[in-house]
Design a protein around this ligand. Structure first.
Ligand SMILES: Nc1ncnc2c1ncn2[C@@H]1O[C@H](COP(=O)(O)OP(=O)(O)OP(=O)(O)O)[C@@H](O)[C@H]1O
Length: 766
């Protein structure tokens, strides 16, 4: 059942306000204590450091370094608390006495269930423990917990407790603060039947739920963390053990992206060592990366987590173009694999490669003709080894052929002498310029980009794609590759080509001689200088192509070729894969599922389903469900938790599209405090940006495929039938577009939408 938001009770408001102020004061005192403790820790650390410095050689160098590190860490802590965390302390739970008296490492009791006598027969009870939950943990001088890190086991009841299954939790409180000031509190009672006392006073309950307050807040262009209101079904996913593939499905707005980001922070907290290998979060679009990238820093995690768009996973490549749905469909499919393998081998031919080799050896002119060279190339390319690694083999085959021509092999019967002669022949020939120049031109090191360029030639591509792509597909792909710039699908092709071509080993760069070494003559005595730890860490981060954990957001859109690219980044990783098949813009889900299964390997899967839509009000969710019924008959929509009482609006496009869209966007900007998104068919993206010029940065225009994962206070969905007709998965793309708004939705129809007398398009009628 959706709860009505926006109603305010006036009854007893004054009494309620004073109780609220009093509770705010209680939390303010606690927050003051936390800050005092943090400052104390910094002073302690500073004192230790000064003291050590004053007394010179006190302690070992290791101990001194440790003190420095302590001061450093404490400083970062305080700085963060003051500057970065808008609401550093955000939660509190009041708990009954637990079953046993055991405490965990964070100083809190570990029992989940209450002790037998914790609730008296007359339904009264005493609060035995109060825990405050925050973005990081802080211990008091006596090691009692002042704040529990939200990821610690002791914080789990804050998220998991429900009135049906409350465990020890009597009251859950969300605290809103900014900097050092507590601004508000909202309580949920988990055991409403109880009269509980804390320090002899009845436990007060303030407000009507933190979740509703969070959901009603205006949106900006950056996602916020949900750390203070994670719901039980989401918490189960966030804390799921990482030993396998965690697979999360859920409809629009169920918090899949939010959960994925919080899970990254949780995994790091829980096993920082293991995830030092890095966590990769993959998003479908740069827009979604920009929208989500602030969340992890707000949870205190940066550095070890890389959030990358699918089009930016290959170094030096940045996708900025879009393929038409028909082209994308081919580029993303596994059929491309065969084409790329052929192209990688075929690209060695043509392009001005020499067709004759002439050298002089043992005072004889030796020559290999085109047909002989062709034969050698074919032999060298036999098998499936990476093309770039086959150059030494090709070189050897050339030398064999020249040696055979020279006839020198028959001069000696003694095998030792023959081998010596052969080796001096090889030495002679391979150091000659004509031979090395020939080899460079005839067997150049191929680059993925070079091969892709070669594929832009329709005739050559046609040869490589014979019996795999039809002529129309060949034409489309070649044409798209002739454009300047890359599409997101090209990036997966580049990555595949890199694997097919291989990277030849480079000679190790010699360290430049240090003049000091020469002076002292140390160079000969010392081994080559080792990299410093920092240099090594930096190099590894730069070179990192494999991760310890890979999180794939909007996984329903990952194409088979993209799954292969992801698989190469997580060969030894554990995975979290989140998605919603109903929102898939990919036309062949079965092929994608097979490629996904191959990328994820045989690791055990653990499946979760999220069922509650936190984004859309019920009015919008209901409308979207009509499209879902057409797109995927029989699949269930998530249930919306709230209702605004505002029905979606329908209007017709007037004479000029620009005027109608602009007018509607301006109207919505008046009605909401936050953002407005105008979702248009892909081919109208550029003109739509012009329609909105001058309306300010609260409103943005985006193509239907770009809307994925994003949300706005209000949205305008423009020409729904055109969106639906744009691609084979168009109805699912329309479903995505209709589920972006947190408050209001307007649908603007054209003639093609066949609107009824109320302007409701054919597709959206009940
Ligand atoms: N427990 C929660 N508390 C507060 N807000 C929440 C909670 N869960 C989700 N939300 C909010 O609901 C909205 C939708 O979340 P999110 O974008 O993660 O959903 P999603 O499942 O990824 O949606 P989509 O499939 O449409 O991309 C966000 O604004 C998010 O902050």
């Amino acid at each position: 059942m959706a709860a009505q938001v926006g109603q305010k009770t006036t009854l007893g408001q004054a009494v309620a306000d004073s109780a609220r102020d009093e509770e705010i004061l209680v939390e303010q005192r606690h927050l003051d204590r936390v800050y005092r403790r943090l400052e104390e820790k910094i002073h302690e650390a500073e004192f230790l450091m000064h003291d050590a410095a004053r007394r010179g050689q006190v302690g070992t160098p290791g101990a001194l370094a440790e003190r420095d590190a302590l001061v450093f860490r404490a400083g970062i802590h305080l700085n963060r608390l003051n500057n970065e965390f808008e609401d550093f302390l955000f939660g509190r739970v009041d708990l009954l006495l637990g079953k046993d008296g055991k405490k965990g490492p964070d100083g809190a009791y570990t029992a989940v269930e209450p002790a037998d006598g914790a609730v008296r027969p007359d339904h009264t009870a005493d609060i035995a423990e109060t825990l405050h939950i925050g973005r990081i943990g802080v211990l008091d001088a006596d090691y009692s917990p002042l704040v529990i890190d939200w990821r610690a086991p002791a914080a789990a009841p804050f998220y998991r407790a429900t009135p049906v299954d409350p465990g020890r939790v009597v009251r859950r409180r969300v605290i809103r603060s900014k900097g050092r000031r507590v601004l508000g509190v909202e309580d949920d009672l988990m055991r409403p039947e109880l009269t509980a006392h804390l320090d002899g006073r009845e436990l007060p309950v303030i407000g009507d739920g933190a979740l509703m307050a969070a959901l009603g807040r205006a949106r900006t262009h950056s996602m916020r963390d949900i750390v203070s209101s994670i719901q039980a079904e989401q918490d189960l996913v966030i804390r799921a053990p990482a030993a396998s593939v965690t697979y999360v499905e859920g409809g629009p707005g169920t918090g899949k992206t939010a959960v994925a980001l919080h899970r990254a922070a949780y995994l790091l907290y829980q096993d920082r060592r293991r995830y030092a290998g890095g966590i990769l979060i993959v998003s479908p679009t740069p827009l979604l990366v920009a929208y989500t990238e602030g969340v992890l820093p707000s949870l205190g995690e940066e550095g070890q987590v890389a959030i990358r768009a699918l089009g930016s996973l290959v170094d030096g490549a940045e996708a900025a173009l879009y393929d038409s749905p028909a082209t994308a469909r081919v580029k993303g499919s596994l059929r491309m694999l065969k084409v790329l393998r052929k192209a990688a081998r075929g690209a060695l031919e043509g392009g001005g490669a020499p067709d004759r080799l002439r050298v002089v050896a043992f005072n004889r002119r030796l020559e290999l003709e085109a047909a002989e060279l062709e034969e050698i190339r074919r032999t060298a390319l036999g098998g499936t080894a990476p093309v770039n690694l086959l150059r030494p083999r090709a070189r050897k085959l050339l030398l064999d052929a020249l040696w055979a021509k020279s006839g020198a092999g028959s001069r000696h019967t003694d095998p030792e002498l023959a081998a010596e002669l052969r080796s001096s022949f090889d030495e002679d020939v391979s150091t000659e310029d004509p031979f090395t120049d020939f080899l460079d031109a005839w067997w150049p090191e191929l680059t993925p980009r070079g091969v892709l360029r070669a594929m832009a030639d329709e005739r050559r591509l046609g040869r490589w794609a014979r019996r795999v792509l039809n002529p129309g597909e060949v034409r489309r792909i070649a044409k798209s590759l002739r454009r300047e710039g890359l599409t997101v699908h090209d990036v997966a092709l580049l990555d595949e080509l890199q694997a097919i071509l291989g990277v030849p080993a480079r000679p190790r760069r010699r360290r430049e001689a240090d003049p000091l070494d020469q002076l002292t003559g140390l160079e000969e005595l010392m081994p080559v200088r080792e990299e410093s730890q920092r240099e090594r860490a930096e190099r590894l981060a730069q070179e990192r192509t494999e991760y310890a954990h890979v999180i794939v957001d909007e996984a329903q859109d990952v194409t088979p070729m993209q799954w292969r690219m992801l698989g190469r980044r997580g060969r030894h990783a554990t995975w979290t894969v989140v998605g919603d098949p109903a929102q898939s813009s990919w036309s062949d889900p079965d092929e994608a599922a097979a490629a996904r299964d191959e990328a994820l390997g045989s690791r055990p899967r653990r499946r979760f389903t999220l069922t509650v839509n936190y984004r859309n009000p019920a009015e919008i969710a209901e409308l979207a469900a009509r499209v879902l019924a057409l797109a995927m008959p029989g699949s269930a929509s998530p249930s919306a938790v709230r209702s605004t009482g505002v029905e979606p609006r329908f209007a017709l496009m007037g004479e000029t599209f620009a005027g109608s869209v602009r007018e509607e966007a301006a109207r919505l900007l008046e009605r909401v405090d936050g953002t407005v998104g105008v979702v248009v068919p892909m081919r109208r993206r550029e003109e739509a940006a012009r329609w909105l010029a001058g309306l300010g940065d609260r409103v943005v225009a985006l193509g239907s495929l770009e809307a994925k994962g994003l949300e706005y206070d209000a949205t305008v969905v423009v020409l729904p039938a055109e969106i639906a007709d744009e691609s084979p998965a168009g109805l699912r793309v329309l479903y995505v577009a209709l589920t972006r708004a947190t408050q209001e939705l307007t649908v603007l129809s054209g003639e093609r939408d066949l609107p009824d007398e109320h302007g409701v398009p054919d597709l959206l009628r009940d």
